[in-house]
Ligand binder design. Structure first.
Ligand SMILES: [Zn+2]
Length: 331
């Protein structure tokens, strides 16, 4: 039976990296016969990642999925990870290409966007584009972007965890890519997701936004920070707002969450009831923080703020928490 409370509890937001349509088949990752059967299926598809960047086939539209034959034509794809099954039952894998299969031509990264120019030598039909740009520009379907987010986060975890964190011996891939095992001390290691709180402090008709020096010019966004060991989400929200802007907060309300594969965070969007008003910017994480009225936030969304201040991009959960508050979702 449908319950009105649960129907309204999870809203549909327009940010990227959610809506992954795959059945993760997490209960069958240790079933070798099942995995062998999946690998042999002619409709199996694979996403390719090299040096933390998705490889796409050029075209209009671009193509992110490759057949097994196309993957085998590339030098030494490794670390095959089962991302899940499509509704048809067809499996989707992720494969990592060795770093040396790709060449870096230039690096114009600016601290916000990854602008390394990477190529697969001799393969003009392929291009490497960083996932943030793919999401910002909507270069692929939202469901494909969500699956790429899963692939990038897990591939990055493998790339950083080649050795056992307990004894230092090399670890090996297991459970179709969802575990690493150490044969020396028998430890098992599981992929990480790092929780990050991202929130607006709300004071009646105003909300608190800040900017980091690395943000695009004029952009203000929700404050954010990692949840620390031994801390609830609510405590992390109050601590981060106090650390960054010296605002005291009371009640905290959860709004929505977003996988954020840079490299492997889960953004937990909240509103917090402000109990004080005088801002003192820490000057370390933030270069500025201010209260914004509803009229100002509306002007930011409409790109007509008199000081040229802009809201975060629609791909990010910060945009949607701000819109949720503007449309009447209170703390
Ligand atoms: Zn070990």
């Amino acid at each position: 039976m449908e319950d009105a409370f649960f129907k309204t509890a999870e809203r549909s937001f327009g940010f990227r990296f959610h809506g992954n349509p795959l059945d993760r088949a997490s209960d069958r990752r240790d079933d070798a016969a099942f995995l062998a059967e999946l690998r042999a299926r002619p409709d199996a598809r694979t996403l390719l990642i090299a040096r933390d960047m998705p490889i796409l086939a050029r075209g209009d539209p671009r193509e992110a999925f490759f057949t097994r034959a196309a993957v085998e034509a590339l030098a030494g794809a490794r670390l095959e990870i089962l991302l899940g099954l499509e509704p048809s039952g067809a499996p989707v894998f992720a494969a990592l290409l060795p770093d040396e299969a790709v060449e870096q031509r230039a690096d114009k990264s600016d601290g916000f966007l990854d602008r390394r120019e990477l190529v697969v030598p001799g393969r003009e039909d392929l291009e490497l584009i960083d996932l943030r740009s793919i999401a910002l520009q909507g270069l692929l379907a939202p469901a494909t972007i969500a699956i790429l987010g899963e692939a990038k986060a897990i591939a990055d975890w493998h790339a950083r965890h080649g050795f056992c964190a307990k004894c230092g011996a090399p670890s090996r891939i297991a459970a179709a890519g969802w575990r690493r095992e150490c044969d020396i001390c028998k430890s098992q290691h599981f992929p990480r997701t790092d929780p990050v709180v991202i929130m607006l402090a709300v004071d009646g008709d105003r909300c608190l936004l800040g900017r980091q020096a690395r943000f695009p010019k004029g952009m203000y966004s929700a404050l954010a920070g990692f949840v620390e060991p031994g801390e609830t989400i609510e405590e992390a929200v109050r601590r981060e707002i106090h650390e960054e802007a010296r605002i005291e907060c009371g009640a905290v309300r959860y709004v929505a969450s977003q996988p954020w594969p840079f490299p492997s965070s889960l953004m937990i969007g909240c509103l917090a009831e402000a109990k004080s008003r005088d801002i003192l910017v820490d000057g370390h994480e933030l270069e500025d923080a201010r209260w914004f009225t509803r009229d100002e936030v509306e002007a930011m969304f409409a790109k007509r703020h008199p000081q040229g201040i802009t809201a975060p991009h629609v791909m990010a959960i910060a945009h949607h928490i701000l819109r949720f508050w503007l449309e009447g979702g209170g703390a």
